[in-house]
Design a protein. Structure first.
Length: 372
């Protein structure tokens, strides 16, 4: 019995990780099976968005603090990865004023993504020290200010970002399999964090920061940790995005992706890792469906309006998102015993033994007859 109990405990602990991984694998396999260039591009874009949304969830979902500024780290990751991966001759032409070590740097997609994660994490750590002392609406407005600052810097720092002229000649090597691997890594890292002591403390502060502070939890410290890790994952998403498009400008990192990633997280369920995955897949399907209608009818802006209406309907019917803000439900020993009794009772009734007393009923009746 002890071994069985340990087995169930292990399964119950792993189920919340297995569910989003299996769902992501299934979606990726479905796209790969279709074997169509257009569908493959949609699938790659979906997986990139999944990395971004999972990174956003790591902070927002665990802390309960809304952030409008995470696309800033996507921009940092995209520009960092582009600078170190553009071929040197083209880089000399595009960015002649780069420092020598950056002008000579030449990295592959994996190394560029890791560097993008590191730079984004450093930026996230630096920003989190003042930002994470705020809470609620003040923190959300402060992160929106970060997004605006990033947009201004990216649009005017010509020596590094080429400003509004845009960055191009980035190798387009974001494949379906590669993006799935990064998405799986992001899911595992996020699950490990939310299961850690820091993640559990942060989730406690999400429920009640006053009660968490009263029992000695350093809320600011745990928010800084989550914000930094979240920035690193979103930075990887920015690197994948840069290598997916091959050319981009500061306009790619403003309100549109901010709204889209938040919509995906809210629709799926802001309080669970499974919700981040479900929301990304669901919004991608809805968005692409309405895009086809928009293209066939010529009604410009239909996709954005339809997506906003769908989000409002889902929030009205399920305020906590499609998953209810919960991870995949896992069955424990008590549930299995209850199911076993239920099956036995159904089998007895089907066998025409409805009038025979059930052992559980005898126990309850015997217990009820005893004086209190």
């Amino acid at each position: 019995m002890k071994r069985a109990s340990l087995g169930f405990e292990f399964r119950d602990a792993v189920a919340p990780l297995a569910a989003p991984l299996v769902l992501t694998l299934f979606a990726t396999g479905f796209v790969a099976a279709i074997d169509d260039n257009v569908v493959t591009r949609i699938g790659v874009n979906m997986l990139i968005n999944l990395v971004l949304v999972v990174g956003l969830y790591l902070f927002v979902g665990n802390s309960g603090v809304l952030s409008f500024g995470h696309i800033s780290f996507m921009a940092i990751g995209a520009y960092t990865s582009a600078i170190v991966s553009i071929p040197a001759p083209m880089k000399h032409f595009l960015l002649p004023h780069l420092p020598g070590f950056l002008e000579r740097a030449q990295m592959g997609p994996i190394a560029a993504a890791l560097l993008a994660a590191g730079v984004a994490a450093i930026a996230g750590l630096a920003l989190s020290i003042p930002l994470m002392r705020l809470a609620g609406l003040l923190a959300a407005i402060a992160t929106l200010a970060v997004l605006e600052i990033t947009q201004v810097v990216a649009s005017n720092w010509d020596a590094v970002t080429r400003g509004t002229g845009g960055m191009f000649a980035v190798p387009t090597d974001s494949s379906l399999l590669g993006c799935f691997a990064w998405a799986a890594i992001a899911i595992v890292l996020t699950f490990v964090y939310q299961s850690s002591a820091s993640g559990l403390r942060l989730r406690a502060s999400r429920e009640s920061d006053t009660a968490a502070a009263a029992v000695g939890i350093n809320i600011t410290r745990d928010r800084v940790i989550a914000f930094t890790l979240s920035a690193a994952i979103v930075g990887v998403g920015g690197s994948l995005y840069a290598h997916f498009l091959g050319a981009f400008s500061p306009a790619n990192f403003y309100f549109d992706p901010t709204f889209l990633t938040l919509a995906m997280l809210i629709v799926g369920g802001i309080g669970s890792l499974l919700g981040a995955v479900v929301g990304t897949i669901a919004v991608t399907i809805i968005s692409e469906g309405f895009l086809r209608i928009e293209q066939s009818t010529g009604w410009s802006g239909l996709r954005e309006v339809a997506l906003a209406v769908v989000m409002l309907v889902i929030l009205a019917l399920r305020p906590r998102g499609l998953t209810g803000g919960r991870e995949f439900p896992s069955l424990g020993l008590d549930d299995l015993r209850h199911l076993s009794r239920l099956r036995q009772r159904i089998a007895t009734e089907r066998g025409g033994l409805k009038d025979e007393p059930h052992p559980d009923n005898e126990v309850h009746a015997h217990t009820a007859e005893k004086p209190i």
